[in-house]
Design a protein around this ligand. Structure first.
Ligand code: S3P
Ligand code: PEP
Length: 424
């Protein structure tokens, strides 16, 4: 489907079960492929990004079968027999490149036209320091990447970017290195790799923004993937803007619940039950709240939808220290500002963020996702909750990378006719 028509304004009410966490899903497939024995994974994300990682691991020799809702993985990986196509997934290519650096032989990793623009030097530089040969277009800066792996040594690396993908890439390479590998981050990022490595029997030490992995074998285990908080954020904001929404079963651990803190600062009426990972959101009068560099890793994927909340809030919001957004699926500073402006919202780009001036109502819009799933979904929420009339979202197919059932879920909470494929 190319374009989605969304008709607002509608109340958004009900319970939404979001897909399995995308970050956890990539890691569950990778670690179980590295492990000895058979692992099972329940609740795996059904998005294209995770499917691309699954196919890449099969190319490397992992035996992965899907049996209803359960995925069975028999570990064992070697040099892949063909190019690994990581699709649209930054997480997939960077984590797999780290894994390939630890494997004897040559791996070639590529992706779609959006992924082939994203910076890979952030992993190529430290992986080379560990002893891998990493090359790619533009002097190894962008994919396709060629990794000749094996014979690594552990290093201590202070990453210039706060990135869980960089950290995870090096930790995965470190699993087969001589000696331990330590990554130091400018700000702490999500800890899924550390948590899951521990579950697979690997020794990992975590101290604030410093993580050390000790090489060793992985033991197969069973992983239950929790709901994805980054997907829940769309429904939570939809509920806050007009309705009442409950999202159960979420991962609300380290580095992933930051959007709830930001929304609370904005005056959101939220109930959070950490025991069940359930978040309830009720219609609220929001006010603008600024975001700075130290907040960004905790909300990095939620900024487009937080920007929609800010656009509907009283007063202005300044987001700074968020230059990383420029190297996501799209330049998310430019694409978020363009999306808000299409709805008649006053917003300006800054080199490392944006300024958003809230307004009570939006005008219906023609939005282009720019190939970015999060821009498309954020626009759908803006349209349903605040724009009287029909909004058209071009490039809706991007949503399949992380949330193929989003449009169905929108109908589920906003009623029949809330959205439909549009011509053109
Ligand atoms: O490690 C991960 O699973 C992710 C880390 C983040 O990227 P960076 O680490 O590049 O910030 C995030 O944007 C991405 O969606 C998922
Ligand atoms: C940035 C994202 O993912 P990735 O980096 O894996 O492409 C995202 O899902 O918003």
């Amino acid at each position: 489907m190319g374009r989605l028509r969304v008709s607002g304004i509608r109340e958004v009410k009900g319970v939404v079960r979001v897909p399995g966490d995308k970050s956890v899903s990539h890691r569950a497939l990778i670690l179980s492929s590295l492990a000895e024995g058979v692992s099972t994974i329940s609740g795996l994300s059904g998005g294209e990004d995770v499917a691309a990682t699954r196919r890449a691991l099969v190319r490397m020799g992992a035996d992965i079968t899907v049996d209803g809702a359960l995925v069975r993985v028999e570990g064992g990986v070697r040099e892949p027999d063909d190019v690994l196509d990581c699709g649209n997934a930054g997480t997939g290519i960077r984590l797999l490149a780290g894994m390939c650096a630890g494997i004897d032989g040559v791996s070639v990793l590529t992706g779609d036209r959006y992924l082939r623009r994203r910076p890979m030097d952030r992993i190529a530089v430290p992986l080379r320091r560990m002893g891998a040969h990493v090359d790619g277009r533009e002097n190894g800066r962008v994919a396709p990447l060629v990794v000749r792996g094996g014979g690594l040594r552990g290093i201590t690396y202070a990453s210039p970017v706060a990135s869980a993908q960089v950290k995870s890439s090096l930790l995965l390479a470190g699993l087969s290195a001589q000696g331990s590998t330590t990554v130091i981050e400018p700000h702490p990022t999500r800890r899924h790799t550390e948590e899951m490595l521990t579950a697979f029997g690997v020794r990992v030490e975590v101290r604030e923004e410093r993580v050390t992995v000790h090489p060793g074998p992985l033991t197969a285990t069973d992983v239950a993937v929790p709901g994805d908080p980054s997907q829940a954020a769309f429904w939570v904001v939809a509920g806050l803007l007009g309705g009442e929404v409950e999202v159960p079963g979420l991962y609300l651990g380290h580095g992933r619940a930051g959007f709830l803190d930001v929304l609370s600062r904005m005056g959101a009426d939220l109930d959070v039950d950490p025991a069940t990972g359930t978040v309830r959101a009720r219609a609220s009068r929001l006010r603008g709240a600024d975001l700075e560099a130290s907040h960004v890793p905790g909300v990095v994927d939620e900024i487009p939808i937080l920007a929609v909340a800010a656009a509907a809030a009283e007063g202005s919001t300044i987001i700074s220290g968020a230059a990383e957004l420029r190297v996501k699926e799209s330049d998310r500073i430019a694409s978020t500002v363009a999306m808000l402006r299409a709805f008649g919202v006053a917003a300006e780009e800054r080199p490392d963020g944006m300024v958003i001036h809230g307004r009570p109502a939006f005008t219906p819009a023609e939005v282009d996702s720019r190939g970015d799933h999060r821009i498309a979904m954020a626009a759908a929420v803006a349209a349903i909750a605040r724009a009287e009339g029909d909004t058209a979202i071009a490039g809706w197919e991007a949503v399949a990378t992380s949330y193929p059932g989003f449009a169905e879920d929108l109908v589920g909470v906003a009623g029949a006719g809330a959205c439909a494929p549009a011509d053109g």
